[in-house]
Design a protein around this ligand. Sequence first.
Ligand SMILES: [Zn+2]
Length: 357
Amino acid sequence: MRLRPGLDLLWRSPGEVQIGTDPRWAVRLSGLTDPEVDLLTGAEPGSTVEALRTSATRHGIPADRVGALLQALDQARVLCPIPARPPATGTATLLSGAAADASAWSTVLEDGDGAAHVRDRSARTVGIVGLGRLGLQTAVVLAAAGIGTVLLQDDGLVTSADLGVGGYLPRDVGSPRVEAAHRIVHDANAAVRTQAPARTEPDLLVLIEHGAADPARSRLSMSAGVAHLSVVVQEAGVLVGPLVVPGVTPCLRCVDLWRADVDDRWGVVVAQLAAAARPHGPEESALAAVAGSLAAAQALAHLDGRTPTVRGAGLEVSLPEAVPRVRSWAVHPDCGCGAIPVTPPVTASCAGDRVLA
Ligand SMILES: [Zn+2]
């Protein structure tokens, strides 16, 4: 066992030490002698129990007190196992920038092995379709977080409206977005791959669209069985989600059907939105930064094997404050997407009514 990396070891008062600051696991140890306080506040992050015992001997702490102290640390979840796997080599080596991610994940994961968690991401492949400010922000965060392959797709050119968030530079204006994005993503993580072998399906597609999600595009992902995260940029907001696992979770058609249930002209409206969609439309700065990062965090949750909030839900991020709100959808019984309907919809989308006399 070892001290869980990433936890702060803090002096509080004579005889009292605080370990960690996150309310989910922070703990206070009191009734300690001065040498015991010195032992804990002076310990290196990630120290093994053996090293702690050796240090305790140097501090003159009796063996029975050391045993009691270690037991208290173990019960407080401050100790975690020493990683079973030796650090991998070659392309799977943890990059220096990912050390911050590994440290934070060491506090969250039960086994405390944030480094292995980040290294495992090198085997993952994500496709990003739509490389405006928001999509580039998502791509850069995923690359920096250690995702091994980030595939980039966009047929537009960088405009001055793309600068400022994500990473496009003034000298990129006029050049293909996809070329500039390759350079920026490689700058974020030199080891990231931006190409995959032919016929490789990504683990996740992130589809960034404007106005409305394109039904044809989501049908393609559904028929290929590829998990996809929809991100739709709207007039003064962004909807991040749902993340669709084909045949398992509500799909984008489910969402449209729920909307049509409360707005019988939704089909007419969405058809016009899709027809008028501006793939390279404007993306407001704070919305692009917040929603782009949220999309990356939700994508990481899926790729790491957790259940992201946006499975069967969306995060609405709107001006003026860009505070995310969760909107949930169930599988629609008329959709036939293969996922089994379980619960009625929690909410559905419809504009407020204003009837002119
Ligand atoms: Zn469906």
